[in-house]
Design a protein around this ligand. Structure first.
Ligand code: SF4
Length: 94
């Protein structure tokens, strides 16, 4: 009988640890689902910077595996170049 609360407590800790360990995966899945749907033409997207403004410096950019890799955008649909730009550009804070 006295073992039950300890066992339940240990189980609760283990379940919590597994849940916390899964957070990065959930965050990654959320990022993948957060890609935008606005057509590039509507945002006047271009694959080169505009006066120093570019996707890698934008708050909406979802980077690829490497800094130079193609990523995604939270607003604009499709593959997004880190050196790209569009009229929805919003500079990252800091
Ligand atoms: S500049 Fe436009 S396309 Fe690039 S990340 Fe920002 S909103 Fe998306």
């Amino acid at each position: 009988m006295s073992q039950e609360p300890k066992s339940a407590s240990r189980r609760t800790v283990l379940i919590g640890a597994v849940a916390l360990g899964g957070l990065p995966l959930l965050a990654a899945a959320g990022a993948a689902q957060a890609a935008g749907t606005l057509p590039k033409a509507n945002a006047h997207y271009q694959d080169h910077p505009n006066a120093g403004k570019q996707c890698s410096k934008c708050n909406y950019f979802l980077p690829g595996a490497k800094p130079t890799a193609v990523g995604q955008c939270k607003v604009v649909a499709g593959p997004i170049a880190p050196n790209g730009w569009c009229t929805m550009f919003a500079p990252k804070a800091g």
